[in-house]
Design a protein around this ligand. Sequence first.
Ligand code: PLP
Length: 418
Amino acid sequence: MGHLTVPAWPRPAQNALSNVQAVLASGRWSVPGNWQGHPSAEARFATHFADFLGAPHCVPTMNGTAALVVALEALDVGAGDEVIVPGLTWVANASTVLAVNATPVMVDIDPATLCASPAAIEAAITDRTRAIVVVHLFSSVADLDAILTISKRYGIPVIEDCSHAHGASWRGRRVGTWGVVGTFSMQEKKLLTAGEGGAVVCQSDDLHDRLYQLRSDGRRAAVRPTEGESELVADCSVAGTNYCMSEFCAAVLDAQLEALPEQNRCRAENAATVDKLLDEVSGITPVQALPSVTERTYYQYAARLDREAFAGVTAATVARALTAETGLPFQTPYPPMYRHPLYQPRTKRRFLIEGRDPDLLESPADGLPEAERAHLEVLTLHHPALLAPDGAFEALPAAIEKLQQEAGSLRVLESAGK
Ligand SMILES: *Cc1c(COP(=O)(O)O)cnc(C)c1O
């Protein structure tokens, strides 16, 4: 069987190098650097990214983790508060809540989207809930209508973490603009990247000012900056931290953003091809988008196995065998977050906040059965594979059928721990 060479990622966009060279020569390499008579690369990227999303404001940050921290801080989340987060996501969604001394409350997922279940969110609300963090996971958009209805009913703001969904739309409007705040990561694996990077978008002017200051040590932009002096001025209204994006990072992102729509289009086309090919075989079902998703992005293509069709082996075993067979680098979703090896809150003394219920940090009372099931049943395919040329996926149905026929031997391998 012909093996696919997965296209390289990250992929430098056309203007990335010239943009970086322009920053090198500019005399300004950082947000607190000296005003050169024109907006910084960071401010230009903020404008372009906000325009791309249709958001009134954007504040770039050094990474997606910092974006989540300033989003939580801007909403005044702190000690004693609870924040609802999905149980199936990257560990940053828990660690950032801990970082502001609040308690992450993990909720189970909707098996249809793999995103937080609206019913589970509502059931987890207490007097202490101060925010709901929604993650648009893999190639899904969470059920925003249901979640925003709950948000309104209880008066609890929604933070949309769009780190997997740069450019996805719900009812014709980009994700990140539905919640009070939207956050993004531009880390190397993401759809839009400069190696590291992040951004926060919001609707309100006040929130924008707070977010701006929270990421630049409390400083704000001078109204009339002086050439050769820092654009930032001291302001004693907000205690911030330095989470600024460097000018080099912003210069690369500005170029990468120009390439994003075409890359997203290519990924969506290939994903549609994979959908069709998987339709030809039994035992595997692509994760579908909800009907309100008007533009779908693919950070990870995701499909669910009927494990019975594979002699009961786990998705991890199928992923390994299917990768060996086709060259397509299949993986499995994260383990439920409370079981994730990187989630170890009790190793840090600063997490021992007086009044915090330590049991809440450990694990949800009834576990997270749908997140557990997704970990065992779902196959994912990282997006660079979806930038492959036409025909790259033709071998998939035959490979899946072959694995089903040979599932007995997969099972022997799995039992032997191989
Ligand atoms: C990548 C990611 C983050 C963290 O972003 P960094 O830029 O790595 O700090 C946060 N949330 C989700 C869902 C992510 O995938």
